[in-house]
Design a binder for this molecule. Structure first.
Ligand SMILES: [Mn+2]
Length: 202
């Protein structure tokens, strides 16, 4: 990742269940190199990188012989930690953003506050337990881990939709697109921390 940005970070996280390495550049172009061993999850993470314009290198090796759960959750933890580290004191950012993101018949809203205060409100229901081999319930698990570890208040609401692939994909794209705006430099903030408390570290 060639960049002059200093909003970069790397996280390596190894447990008995997974081994994960993540690098992010918040001021990237949406370039990605992602391999988790879970095809559908790779496809979703590629959307997250591409539409947030956060460059992401993600290498995950998990206990997929059990199921995808540990790999998805722990990748969310590592990405969240990397984003939080790269944000530092969260100076000069827009902080808030939301979008209603359309994809064919599906419409999903993501609203977020890059507050240092982790919270997830999840109003998304899938019409089937699986998308191919992927457990739809893991989409929530991923965003829970991401919000918790990135220090983001995140609300995701699926307004409507029929196709489960579209419902999942709009969640990732909507969060990506809102995140892009919220972590962008606010030209009127300069280097200030956008909080009356004077801190966004929770
Ligand atoms: Mn797709």
């Amino acid at each position: 990742m060639a960049s002059s940005s200093n909003r970069i970070a790397s996280v390596e996280r190894t447990t008995k269940e997974t081994s994960i390495a993540v690098s992010v550049d918040l001021d990237g172009t949406g370039a990605f190199d992602i391999s988790t061993g879970v095809g559908f999850f790779d496809h979703m993470l590629e959307q997250l990188s591409r539409h947030s314009l956060i460059d992401m290198t993600i290498k995950a090796k998990g206990d997929l012989h059990i199921d995808d759960h540990h790999t998805v959750e722990d990748t969310g933890i590592a990405i969240g930690q990397a984003i939080s580290k790269a944000l530092g004191e969260r100076r000069g950012i827009m902080r808030y953003a939301s979008i209603d993101l359309a994809m064919d018949e599906t419409l999903t809203r993501a609203a977020l506050d890059v507050s240092g205060r982790p919270f997830l409100v999840w109003q998304v229901e899938f019409g089937a337990p699986k998308i191919g081999a992927f457990d739809t319930e893991l989409v929530r698990e991923f965003f829970q881990a991401l919000a918790q570890n990135a220090g983001i208040t995140l609300h995701v609401t699926n307004h409507y939709g029929a196709n489960n692939h579209h419902i999942a994909e709009t969640c990732f794209k909507a969060v990506a697109r809102a995140l892009r705006t919220a972590i962008e430099a606010d030209p009127r903030q300069k280097d200030a921390i956008p909080s009356t408390k004077g801190t966004l570290k929770g």
